[in-house]
Design a protein around this ligand. Structure first.
Ligand code: SAM
Length: 220
C-alpha cells in the first residue's frame, strides 16, 4: 500500500491524527526533502526512516519503489508542504502504482488552494486549478486561455513575481475583474484580500510582498 500523506502548509496543528498514525506505521517515508520532513517527523516523534523522492530522482527510482510496494512494503509519500501531487511530486508514483495494481490511499488534509479558493469569496462551485504558470515559454498562451474561462481559476505564485503576475492578469482579464491574493495561509501573518485586479496591484505595490501566495481569479 502507498499512502499519500498531506502535511501542514504552515501551521503544525493542521497535521491530522491519521497522518501521524500512518507515518508511524509504514516502513518507509518517501520525502521531497528529507531534511524538511525530518523536522516534521521529529516534532511528532515519528521514527520511521526517510528516503528521498523528488522531482530530480522520481523518474529514476519510481519503478524500484513500486516493485518494493508490490512485494508488500508499506510506504508513505510526503512533500515539503501540503498534498503531494498538487504542484509537487506524486503523480508519477500514483500512476505507476495504479498500473502495477498497488493500492494507493491519499489521506485528506492540508493543501493551499482549497482555503484560498473558499476564503476568497469568489464562486467556488466550479473552478479550474492551474498551479504555477510557466515562467517564459507558453505563459501568455496559458494566460489567454485562463482569462476566457467562465469559472474561477487558481494560480500558485511566488512573492517576487506577484506584481508582474497581477499586471499580466490585468492585461488579459481587464482591471475590473475580481481576484484574491491569499498570502501565508494558516500562518501568523495570513492575509486574504479580494478586490479588483487594479486595486490588488495598488495594495501590493505599496509594500514588500513576502511569504507564500495563492492567486484566485473570478471567471470571465
Ligand atoms: N503541495 C502543495 C499544496 O498542496 O498546496 C503546494 C506545493 S507548491 C511547491 C508551493 C506553493 O503553494 C507556494 O509557492 C504557494 O503558491 C502555495 N502555498 C503553499 N503554502 C502556502 C501558504 N501557507 N499560503 C499561501 N500559499 C501557499
Amino acid at each position: 500500500m502507498l499512502y499519500i500523506v498531506p502535511t501542514p502548509i504552515g501551521n503544525l496543528e493542521d497535521m491530522t491524527l491519521r497522518a501521524i498514525r500512518v507515518l508511524k506505521e509504514v516502513s518507509v517515508v518517501l520525502a521531497e526533502d528529507t531534511r524538511t520532513s525530518k523536522r516534521l517527523l521529529d516534532h511528532f516523534e515519528i521514527k520511521t526512516p526517510l528516503r528521498a523522492f523528488h522531482a530530480h530522482n522520481e523518474h529514476a527510482v519510481v519503478e524500484r519503489v513500486v516493485d518494493e510496494l508490490a512485494s508488500g512494503v508499506d510506504m508513505a509519500l510526503v512533500s515539503d508542504a501540503g498534498t503531494p501531487g498538487i504542484s509537487d511530486p506524486g503523480f508519477l508514483l500514483s500512476r505507476a502504482c495504479r498500473r502495477k495494481g498497488v493500492r494507493v490511499e491519499c489521506l485528506p488534509g492540508a493543501t493551499a488552494f482549497v482555503p484560498a479558493l473558499v476564503a476568497s469569496g469568489l464562486p467556488c462551485d466550479t473552478f479550474h486549478f492551474e498551479g504555477f504558470l510557466p515562467h517564459k515559454k507558453g505563459r501568455q498562451t496559458r494566460l489567454k486561455y485562463l482569462s476566457a474561462l467562465p469559472h474561477t481559476f487558481v494560480l500558485y505564485e511566488s512573492p517576487f513575481r506577484l506584481i508582474k503576475c497581477l499586471e499580466e492578469l490585468k492585461e488579459h482579464c481587464g482591471p475590473e475583474r475580481e481576484a484574491c491574493v491569499a498570502r501565508e495561509l494558516s500562518k501568523k501573518f495570513e492575509e486574504v484580500k479580494t478586490a479588483s485586479i487594479a486595486d490588488l496591484i495598488t495594495h501590493f505595490s505599496s509594500k514588500e510582498v513576502k511569504g507564500e501566495i495563492v492567486v484566485v481569479v473570478a471567471g470571465a
